[in-house]
Design a protein around this ligand. Sequence first.
Ligand code: SF4
Length: 208
Amino acid sequence: MRPTAPPDYPDDPIAEPVHKGRGALSNESSRYDSERRIRTTDGWEAEAASAAEDDELPPLRTTLTRDATRTILARNSSPDIPFDRSINPYRGCEHGCIYCFARPTHAYLGLSPGLDFETKILFKPEAAKLLAAELASPKYRPDVIAMGTNTDPYQPVERELKVTRQILRVLSDFNNPVGIVTKNHMVTRDIDILRSARWRRPAFRWAS
Ligand code: SF4
């Protein structure tokens, strides 16, 4: 069978298939990629369209990757940010808010700020150990550590991994103040630590 029309590729992108239950509609290449990936047509779009009607897209599953970072406290000296140190136990966020300002950070990993951001999650299994070592250093000066400033520390997988919970235990043990930004009700799981007598004024913000 002959193609129905002369091919328009490679400059004529066609719509990405939509994955139900995800926030982003595409997996646009990151700004650092040397090549840009687009879906295009070879002229057989009529056949492809009728085949697509018969085919359900497979569910887009979330994958987890260990982040082997050796530094857990991120520092900043920005005058317009009310904290100078933060911890992000995860990179990427399965909550997938389309407006999320952290999406472009996935480009640093060679991943897309689109669907990759919400389906390819990195976690830091050594976070609590690294933090304990940093807080125990004689050079460390205590101050508020912000959590969830880049991506939400209560990813769905936190239920099993407990990376954030282990970090909170270390912060409590060292009596180091913490501020948490999350939109996940799972933060209430850790209320026992947040209520700890070690912290006179625990602070967290829960945005829905
Ligand atoms: S919950 Fe927060 S970090 Fe996660 S996608 Fe939404 S805005 Fe971004």
